[in-house]
Design a protein. Structure first.
Length: 73
């Protein structure tokens, strides 16, 4: 089931430090959701981070920014 908060254009941030092929993304790095999809029952989210990285992450690895979540409540 997709999280309704993760829609394209939504601002979000990483919930933890993420190691990836090109380096390390710091915890709380901010970015914008580009797309979401489901694969084998898991939600995958593509995020363009402000630092220039574009990563595909699981839903538990990012969170909507607080001010955005309040607008959707």
């Amino acid at each position: 089931m997709d999280d309704p908060y993760f829609v394209p254009g939504l601002r979000c941030r990483a919930t933890r430090t993420i190691t990836h092929q090109r380096g390390i993304l710091n915890r709380a790095a901010e970015g914008t959701v580009r797309s979401t999809r489901e694969n084998i029952g898991r939600q995958l989210i593509t995020v363009d981070f402000d630092c220039g990285e574009k990563l595909v992450l699981f839903a538990h690895e990012i969170e909507p920014l607080d001010d955005v979540r309040e607008l959707h409540s």
